[in-house]
Structures are given as C-alpha cells and as structure tokens.
Design a binder for this molecule. Structure first.
Ligand code: UDP
Length: 443
C-alpha cells in the first residue's frame, strides 16, 4: 500500500514512491459524517446541503463501482446499527455520547468516543476493508485523521464551510466560530492527503487562508438531481401554484433553507415590504414563502422572522412552511416566480441550482459559491451587499417584465444543466485516484 514509514503518504513528501501508473479507484470508502446523518430531513437544525451532498455522492459512487459506508453518530438507541440506503451504500450509526440530538458545540467532547467506535467497527471486518477515508466538515476530519493513519490509507477531506470565511462575513446575531474549530479545521486541512473544494473561490480560501498546497486541492462542483428538479411538465407555473393552494395569479417569492441569520431570510422579508411600499396594489398579488426550520443561532430566536413580518406589516403575505422532503421541493421551486438566496456566506448553495433546474430565476447575494451557481444576467441576478432596496429592485424587474423573467428562466435551466451528481462523483473519483497514487494522476 502507500505507507511511508508506517504513515499514510504525506502530500508534501516529494519523494513519495511512484507506485502506480494506472489510476485506481478505491473499492470501498469510509465516508465520515459525524455531526449529521444523511438520513435526516435537510433544511433544519444541522441538516442541510451536506446531507444531500453525501447521499447523492455516495449513490453515484456506488453506481460507478465504489462502495460507500457512511459513519454518523447514533442520535437514538432505537436506530439499527446499519441501514442500506441504496445498493452499495450503507449508513452505520456509531454510538458516541447521548442518544439524542446535541448541539454542534458539544460534539468535540465526543470525538474520541466516535473515533474509537469507528476504529472498532473496522477492526471487526477483514483487513484492508477501506482503501480511502473521505471526511466531511472539520469534526469528521478530526476522526478521519486518526482513522486514515490507523488504516494506512489516504484521507480526502471536504470542508463544506470554512470558519475563517464564515467569521469574516458574520450577520447580526451570529456568533463567531470558536477557536477550537479554527484550530481543528487547520489541523485537518494540513493533515489530509487531498482536499475537495466546491468552487475556485473555496480553493483560493484553502490555499490563501489555510496554507493548503495548491496542487492538493481539487475543485469539484456539487450537483443537482436533474430528474427530480426539472420544470413542470406542462411548463405552467400557474398550475404549480394552484397545486400548492395558492391563487394561480400570485407572484410567489421563495426562500428555502435553514433559518438562521447567516442565510438572511430577513432580507427577503424587508425587500417584499419595500415592493409593497413602492406599489401598494401589489400586496393582493404577492406571497412570500419561507421553507425550512431554525438552525444554528436561529434556534435561539425561532420566532424572529414572524416578529419581523409583523413589524414590517406584511404578516398577511408571508407563509412559513416547515421543512419539505427533498424530492418534494421541486413543486415549490416550480411555483415560485423567483427564488431568493441572500446568504451572507455560502460555500456553494444547492438551493440556487435546484431552483434554476426547475426553470426559476434566482436573486442571490454575490458571495462564495453563489457566484458560480448563478450566472448574473442570464440565469438570475447577483447582488452585492444586503440592502433590501437592491433586492426589491431586482425582484421588481422579474415581477413586472415578463420577457426578462422568461429570459432568466431559460438561462436558469441551461445553467443548472451543467451540474449533475454523476459529474460530481466522477470528479471526486479523480481526486480519490490522485490521493491513492499521488504522483501518477493529474486531476
Ligand atoms: N432542503 C430540503 N428541504 C427543505 C429545505 C432544504 O430538502 O425544506 C435541502 C435543499 O434542497 C438543499 C439543502 O437542503 O439541497 C440546502 O443546501 P444549501 O447548499 O442550499 O445550504 P446549506 O444547508 O448547505 O447551508
């Protein structure tokens, strides 16, 4: 295997032996997702894009011949030890800490227990059970450092979010990421064999802010299930609105995601109020729908948006919808006149791509991965900053100029067509191959 002095290969070790000429894909990957299970409903608490990412990536990897076992913390004693969620994809529930949901801040205390039980699980299998570890988020990265070293295999790590980036763009009411995470994240980024970034911007952050060697960072865009997220068969958004119980002539502005200051759903509410201020007659036609549940620091003030809607005098047009099962979200995107993603920080922004795949234009903050997901002026509009009036102006044009909306809707479909999970899995496999044979494969 690729052991150097009993350790996994150091990606800075220029003398690493050239052992492999033909790219080899791993046959079985340990996918680590300690803090959130891929089986959880995304859009609330700690479950979001990462959960969707892990399921879709794992399914596609299995379809391409690489089996996946996902290790996640058992949040209930009633969970089965293993659950097969697709052919070749098994979720393993690992006991570590209380059998209940606990906040992310409490999880570092259970890292040792989780790591020990992951190692114990592997020890019960044939030797060489996994030939690669892929960790997600820094907590799992910490587990990955130990597991990869113990098993003598490479560690590939995906950060999903970066503390330094988050701390540089905090919203009002958000707490900075703690020193422990900054330190732990740095250790993982420095110790992994390879890193996967969703965009060139994230790659630059990994290199410039965390000192990752540029040639060890692979950019692989996440995807969207283009069979599920597609425009309505009849192409009729009016019918889509009627199916959800809205007047077909309603102009529907949609927010989808975990409700917390970082995601800035307040900007959409304030923009809607501004639209009504500019044209009071619009009120009877306008609906704002917020799909998702509280998360992060949003958990401390779960009724903050309800209060804001009342303060803005728009309670009558704002609808709060609890998290919707992932494959049913397409109905909401199709019914929307525009989807608004005003996040303060977003490493990619799956919601933006899913909405576009359904033929719905996106108005988004010009930050992070949203700059990749949305093609400004073609599939949506990117806005610098969080001034509600700017969002209102962009939305006003979409609401009032049908030709502009149709232009963006066509561009949105075209933009999303470039993001599929199979392409993501192929990109990730190339990264795995490079990690297994660092000197033989160029990604
Ligand atoms: N999501 C969902 N149901 C909901 C709300 C969100 O399935 O009610 C999914 C959504 O489809 C998307 C993910 O949660 O795939 C959110 O990912 P995104 O990258 O937009 O944000 P993140 O949660 O990673 O910050």
């Amino acid at each position: 295997m690729h052991l150097v002095d009993g350790r996994p290969p150091d990606r800075r070790d220029a003398a690493a032996p050239r052992t492999q000429r033909t790219p080899r894909s791993p046959s079985r990957v340990a996918m680590l997702s300690m803090h959130t299970s891929p089986l959880e409903q995304p859009g609330t608490g700690d479950a979001g894009g990462m959960n969707v990412y892990i399921i879709e990536l794992s399914r596609q990897l299995a379809a391409l011949g690489t089996e996946v076992e996902v290790f996640t913390r058992a949040v209930s004693s009633k969970l089965p030890p293993t659950a097969e969620i697709a052919p070749g994809v098994t979720v393993r529930h690992i006991p570590a800490g209380p059998f209940e949901d606990i906040g992310r801040a409490e999880l570092p205390a259970w890292l040792c227990a989780f790591t020990a039980n992951v190692l114990r699980t592997e020890a019960g299998q044939d030797a060489g059970w996994f030939d690669l570890v892929h960790s997600h988020y820094w907590l799992s990265g910490q587990v990955g450092l130990s597991a990869a070293r113990r098993w003598g295999v490479p560690l590939v790590h995906t950060s999903h979010t970066l503390a330094k980036v988050k701390n540089a763009s905090l919203a009002d009411g958000d707490r900075p990421e703690p020193e422990l995470r900054l330190h732990g994240e740095q250790e993982v980024i420095s110790g992994a064999s390879r890193l996967i970034a969703s965009t060139e911007t994230e790659r630059r952050h990994l290199v410039d802010l965390y000192g990752a060697p540029p040639d060890t960072v692979d950019v692989v865009a996440p995807g969207v299930d283009l069979d599920v997220f597609r425009p309505a068969g009849d192409g009729d958004e009016r019918a889509a609105r009627a199916r959800l119980g809205f007047d077909p002539d309603t102009q529907l502005l949609l927010f989808v995601g975990r409700i917390q200051p970082l995601k800035a759903p307040d900007v959409l509410l304030a923009a809607a109020a501004e639209l009504i201020r500019r044209d009071p007659e619009r009120r009877s036609q306008l609906a704002v729908v917020v799909v998702g549940g509280p998360s992060g620091s949003g958990l401390e003030r779960p009724d903050a948006l309800v209060k804001l809607a009342a303060e803005l005098g728009i309670t009558d047009i704002v609808h709060f919808q609890p998290p919707v099962p992932h494959d049913q979200l397409a109905s909401w995107y199709r019914a929307a006149t525009a989807v608004v993603v005003p996040s303060h920080s977003e490493s990619f922004g799956l919601v933006a791509v899913e909405a576009q795949a359904c033929g719905t234009p996106v108005v988004a903050a010009s930050v992070g991965g949203l700059r990749t997901a949305v093609d400004h002026g073609t599939s949506g509009v990117l806005i610098r900053g969080w001034e509600p009036a700017d969002y209102a102006t962009a939305l006003e044009r979409i609401l009032t100029e049908e030709r502009w909306r149709r232009h963006l809707a066509a561009g949105a479909r075209a933009r999303a067509a470039g993001f599929g999970w199979t392409a993501t899995a192929r990109g990730v496999l190339r990264s795995y191959q490079a990690a297994i044979a660092p000197s033989a494969v160029a990604v």
